[in-house]
Design a protein. Structure first.
Length: 112
């Protein structure tokens, strides 16, 4: 009887140890899963930030291209004026109306 009682206590202790080890293992796996999910979220956030920065840079480049194109049109427009500084004649205004579709409000700014 004493032997059976000792065997029972020994098995009980082994089962307690196994339960503790299984509990610790489950906790570690949950922590590992949480770290993996967190890492994936960080990568997604970094990708999103990169895409936003790319869109912002492309937008800025597009605006700069438009500004440089407008500068080019202004230079071409100024090259058509008389270097002596005379006032524009009615023929010049008619030509500017034809060119207005290309230069838009730039012509209004130059005539002022």
């Amino acid at each position: 009887m004493n032997f059976l009682r000792r065997a029972y206590l020994f098995l009980n202790q082994l089962l307690n140890i196994r339960i503790w080890l299984a509990s610790i293992l489950v906790i570690l796996l949950i922590l590992l899963l949480a770290l993996t999910v967190n890492n994936a979220r960080e990568k997604d956030t970094a990708d999103l930030f990169s895409r936003q920065q790319l869109a912002s840079a492309q937008s800025a480049a597009s605006r700069m291209t438009e500004v440089l194109a407008q500068i080019e049109r202004n230079i071409i427009l100024f090259s058509h004026f008389d270097p002596q500084g005379r006032f524009l004649a009615s023929i010049d205004y008619q030509e500017m109306e034809i060119l207005y579709g290309v230069w838009g409000k730039t012509i209004e700014a130059v005539t002022v």
